[in-house]
Design a binder for this molecule. Structure first.
Ligand SMILES: [Zn+2]
Length: 421
């Protein structure tokens, strides 16, 4: 896994293996309790969270069972068994997490959410807690974000060639709204933060409005929406405009107020980044119009849409090269080149047998122009809008995946999984 080197010197205070009910059995656990040798629930939780951070995991799953509390760590493509704790810790640990995350301890039926910040060694983590009642207690997932993680450069995100060039052109404009779209977990925020990093300079006044601080930026003013202390989203957006930024980030557009404020900031001269859930880059535009903004606001504000998703990267330790058959070559759209070599997943100990290791983003970048907007306002068909976009350098996400298949980064299997054939 991606072990976190900055945290390795933190000692373990609790040996989780020594209280694992699967290896010890109930009788031995009872003995430990009688001898007072079971650490406190607070200490056990601290160890679970610290160890996840040290080992570079993103998720912690607390899964209550009838006779134990099962703990697993996860990343997007891998789950690891950590420990199974004595069942009487289930409620105690849930109780502590709820207090830390500001979750109502008395509500036992509805799913609940909360968050808290935690310092581990020199790093600060943002922990988002999700909780749902199940038969044996409450199933809890903690999503841990390292706010001090190094931000990638634009080309490290998976932006290449034409896409990289087009995106750099967009973000070098002085004002306008740039939307980064994708599904819920598609790396949109990282792209936006990496864009801000690309633009950091003495001349740029960068201000953000965020619901959850995912990175700590030492070159920007970050306004974090905190309704508990009266800083609502509305107040935060107002404050952003007053700060007169020339570069702004407004996280997640899904209502009229947010998009109107974003466009207002553009009209006042800012380059504004925002994120939105969308199926593809073109669909983001009707979606924006659905938020009740006028075609005029849209055409004066929006300058570009970057849409992205993740593909799994082939494991470099075990991927094997092969000559694709004609059917596969046709999927890739190059029936002529019969000597092309591709790579496919095999599986080894580095990738836990999956053949894949890590992910990279794939993109489509849509630069907005009048011809395109006219077609959209006249409700032209999706394919004719796409044709216009292509004339102006747009490459759809399938083509970007094909490029990454051809360069051995990912496989035909991934292409088919994501976009069909
Ligand atoms: Zn491997």
């Amino acid at each position: 896994m991606n072990i976190n080197p900055g945290l390795q010197s933190i000692p373990s205070k609790v040996q989780l293996e020594q209280i694992d009910i699967r290896s010890l059995g109930k009788e031995k656990i009872r003995e430990l309790y009688r001898a007072g040798k079971i650490p406190t629930p607070e200490a056990i939780l601290e160890e679970i969270v610290t160890r996840a951070a040290k080992e570079g995991f993103r998720f912690i799953h607390f899964e209550p069972m009838e006779n134990m509390l099962h703990i697993r760590y996860g990343n997007y493509d891998f789950l690891k068994d950590v420990v199974s704790l004595p069942v009487n810790l289930t409620e105690n640990i849930a109780g502590i997490i709820k207090i830390k995350a500001g979750i109502n301890a008395f509500e036992k039926r509805k799913p609940q959410r909360g968050k808290y910040t935690l310092n581990i060694g020199p790093m600060q983590f943002s922990l988002a807690v999700n909780l749902i009642a199940v038969n044996a207690g409450e199933r809890i997932t903690i999503d841990m974000l390292n706010k001090n993680a190094e931000l990638p450069a634009l080309q490290e995100l998976g932006l290449q060639d034409t896409n990289l060039e087009q995106y750099k052109n967009l973000i070098s404009r002085r004002n306008g709204l740039i939307l980064v779209t994708g599904s819920k977990d598609s790396g949109k925020s990282t792209t936006v933060y990496a864009s801000l990093k690309h633009l950091k300079s003495k001349e740029n006044n960068i201000v953000t409005v965020e619901d959850r601080q995912e990175y700590q930026l030492n070159f920007a003013t970050q306004i974090i929406v905190t309704p508990e202390v009266g800083l609502t989203r509305e107040e935060a957006l107002k404050a952003l405009l007053q700060q007169n930024p020339n570069v702004a980030l407004i996280s997640e557009i899904d209502d009229n107020e947010t998009v109107s404020n974003a466009i207002e900031a553009v009209l006042r001269g800012s380059l504004v980044f925002s994120t939105m859930i969308s199926r593809d880059a073109i669909s983001a535009i009707p979606r924006l119009l659905g938020l009740d903004i006028s075609p005029y606001q849209l055409s004066t504000g929006l300058i570009g849409v970057a849409h992205q998703t993740f593909v799994r990267k082939l494991c470099d330790s075990c991927k094997e090269s092969y000559t694709p058959d004609p059917a596969e070559r046709e999927i890739l759209g190059n029936t002529g080149e019969s000597d092309v070599q591709l790579f496919r997943a095999k599986g080894c100990e580095h990738c836990h047998g999956s053949g894949y290791s890590g992910r990279t983003a794939v993109f489509e970048i849509l630069t907005i122009n009048d011809e395109l907007l006219d077609a959209i306002f006249q409700h032209a068909s999706f394919s004719s809008i796409k044709d216009i976009a292509r004339k102006h350098g747009y490459v759809d996400i399938r083509d970007d995946i094909v490029n990454k298949v051809k360069s051995g980064i990912t496989s035909v299997e991934e292409l088919i999984r994501l976009v069909g054939n």
